[in-house]
Design a protein around this ligand. Structure first.
Ligand code: APR
Length: 248
């Protein structure tokens, strides 16, 4: 792993533009469980709960089973060394953009300025009747589902299964992926499309793809140039230390 960390630092040092694609794994050390794998959300809850049709059929049930718990976990979470490492990479003038599938806002909290929230943001709720937006932190949960003054039901501003990725997020991500020369793919199982396409777009445009994940993914050994097997925080700390050493 140490050799690969050195290699990654060298690749990043030599890059003109680095982009990161992140997933739930980067927030695990902040206390937010992943969706898949050991301890994942879908071990306890049917993934159908994240489907827009289920939400429309029974918003109170989806609020009770999935969204209320998400709110509690996200409310408490703070950035870990994985997020902080990516923020440092931006400070060092290396990292251009973070494309994240996460809705927890931890990249922005860590200090990254250009974050594409591919699956939306949990920071906001939208009334399904009048479209008024309300900060999730200001939502009154004494009644489930929470309602706007107009009587409409609030939904989080996230992308449910069965919904389209916002055009701007998709368009910009593709553009940025095709222009970077290194893509860091951190903490994603890389099976949910179209997010999982971004490393392929980057690779086809000539970028080097570096995965950081304790497990192999469908990208490993084909799309990715190499996998640094480990937790996001530990690996990012190693890369930043090595980059600083290289920069003197
Ligand atoms: N550091 C880095 N990676 C980790 C860590 C860690 N500490 N812990 C776990 N992982 C890895 C797992 O090995 C797995 O590959 O993070 C990945 C998490 O995968 P998923 O739970 O599938 O998360 P993600 O890829 O973000 O899911 C994509 O699926 O359910 C939807 O909309 C949801 O945005 C989400 C999308």
């Amino acid at each position: 792993m140490n050799e690969l960390i050195k290699k990654a630092a060298k690749d990043i040092a030599g890059a003109r533009s680095v982009v990161a694609l992140t997933g739930a794994g980067i927030s695990v050390d902040s206390g937010i469980p992943p969706f898949r794998g050991k301890g994942g959300v879908w071990e306890k809850i049917d993934p159908d709960y994240a489907d827009i049709d289920r939400f429309m059929r029974d918003p109170a049930d989806v609020w009770n089973v999935l969204i209320k718990d998400m709110k509690e976990l996200i409310d408490r979470a703070t950035p870990n060394d994985g997020h902080k490492g990516l923020a440092t990479l931006e400070e060092l003038g290396k990292l251009h953009t973070v494309i994240t599938q996460n809705v927890d806002g931890l990249h922005q909290m860590a200090g990254n300025k250009d974050v594409i929230e591919f699956h939306g943001s949990f920071a906001w709720q939208r009334c399904m009747a009048c479209e008024k937006k309300c900060k999730t932190s200001d939502i009154d949960l004494s009644e489930i589902p929470p309602r706007c003054e107009c009587g409409g039901i609030y939904r989080p501003e996230v992308i449910f299964f069965g919904e389209m990725i916002p055009h701007d997020a998709l368009f910009r991500s593709r553009e940025i992926a095709s222009q970077c020369d290194v893509m860091l793919v951190v903490g994603t199982s890389a099976i949910v499309h179209p997010a999982a396409i971004m490393p392929v777009v980057a690779k086809q445009s000539g970028a080097k793809i570096i995965e950081i994940n304790p497990e192999r993914t469908p990208l490993t050994g084909n799309t990715s140039d190499y996998l640094i097997m480990g937790k996001a925080g530990q690996v990012m700390n190693g890369i930043i230390d090595e980059l600083k050493r290289l920069n003197g």
